[in-house]
Write a protein that binds this ligand. Structure first.
Ligand SMILES: Cc1ncc(COP(=O)(O)O)c(C=O)c1O
Length: 268
C-alpha cells in the first residue's frame, strides 16, 4: 500500500453509523421490477373499460391497494404517477403514512373495517373511508371528526349477498344507515362500496349496488342536497373484475394484485 494512498484514506471521514433507515421502514425509493409496467397496463385496461362503457377515462379513479406491501412499493408506484392508494389495516396505514409524508399530494383511501380504538389514526388522515359498516363505529367516527373540526368523506359498505365472512351492512339496514349518515355532522356521505361474492358472476352484484344509488337518490334527494352530496361514488371492482364494475358505473376501482403483484402475508 503506498504512502500516498494511506494519506488519502486518512482524510476520508468514516462512514456514518448505521441508523434504522432501511427502505422498508422509511419507504426509500427502490426499484420494483415490473411495477411501472403493470401499473401502465392496468391504467390502459381501465381506460379501455371506460371507452367500452361510453364513459370518459377520467370518470374512474384507480386506487392502488397497497395493503401488506412496504412503503417502498408505494413510493415506486408514486414515482410511476400513481396518486391514490388503499389501505385496510389502521396501524399499517399509520406507519406507512408517516414514512411517506413527504409525498404531499398522495391520497389515502381506507378500505377495511375500522375499529373504534384505531379511528384516531385514520379519521381526518384519509381522503375517503370506504367501509362504514357498523353504527357504533360510525358514531365514534363522527365524534372524532367533529372534535378535529373536519368532515370525513365516507362510503357505506353494503354486504349485498349477506355473506357471513364479509363486513358491510345488510340491505335491510341501508335505510337506517342512510338516515344516520345524513344527520351525522362529522361525515360527508359520498356513496356506496361493495365486495361481491368471490365465486359469483360479479356483474349482477355491481348492478345491484348501482340500483341502490338510484333508489337512495330518489328517496333522499333534498336531504342529500342539504348534506352537500349527490352520492356519486360507487367503489367496486378489484383486480379480477374491475372491467365489469366500470361497465356497471364504478367511479372508484380498488386494485391490488394486478398492480403490486401477489400480496405478502400481513406482518405483525
Ligand atoms: C376491500 C378490498 N378492496 C380491494 C382489494 C384488492 O384486491 P385485489 O388484490 O384482488 O385487487 C382488497 C384486497 O384485499 C380489499 O380488501
Amino acid at each position: 500500500m503506498s504512502a500516498t494512498h494511506d494519506a488519502d484514506s486518512a482524510m476520508v471521514p468514516p462512514p456514518p453509523p448505521l441508523l434504522h433507515t432501511d427502505a422498508a421502514v422509511l419507504g426509500a425509493a427502490v426499484d420494483h421490477p415490473g411495477l411501472a409496467a403493470r401499473l401502465g397496463e392496468v391504467r390502459q385496461q381501465v381506460a379501455d373499460a371506460c371507452r367500452a362503457a361510453g364513459r370518459g377515462p377520467d370518470t374512474v379513479t384507480l386506487i392502488a391497494v397497497s395493503k401488506n406491501h412496504p412503503a417502498a412499493a408505494v413510493r415506486a408506484a408514486y414515482a410511476a404517477g400513481q396518486r391514490d392508494f388503499g389501505e385496510s389495516y389502521a396501524a399499517e396505514f399509520r406507519d406507512k403514512r408517516a414514512a411517506l409524508q413527504d409525498l404531499t399530494d398522495l391520497r389515502w383511501h381506507f378500505i377495511g373495517h375500522l375499529q373504534r380504538n384505531k379511528m384516531k389514526w385514520v379519521v381526518g388522515q384519509v381522503a375517503v373511508h370506504h367501509a362504514v359498516d357498523d353504527m357504533v363505529g360510525l358514531d365514534e367516527l363522527t365524534r372524532r371528526a367533529w372534535a378535529l373540526g373536519v368532515r370525513q368523506d365516507v362510503l357505506l359498505q353494503i354486504n349485498l349477498a349477506s355473506e357471513p365472512s364479509k363486513r358491510g351492512c345488510k340491505e335491510a339496514d341501508v335505510p337506517v344507515f342512510a338516515d344516520v349518515l345524513l344527520r351525522s355532522p362529522g361525515v360527508r356521505w359520498c356513496g356506496l362500496m361493495t365486495l361481491p361474492p368471490a365465486e359469483d358472476d360479479p356483474a349482477p352484484w355491481f348492478a345491484r349496488l348501482a340500483s341502490w344509488q338510484t333508489r337512495l337518490r330518489a328517496q333522499h334527494g333534498p336531504a342529500l342536497t342539504l348534506h352537500g352530496s349527490d352520492l356519486a361514488v360507487l367503489s367496486m371492482g378489484m383486480s379480477t373484475d374491475f372491467p365489469a364494475a366500470i361497465a356497471a358505473g364504478a367511479t372508484h376501482v380498488r386494485i391490488g394484485t394486478a398492480v403490486f403483484g401477489p400480496r405478502p402475508p400481513k406482518s405483525g
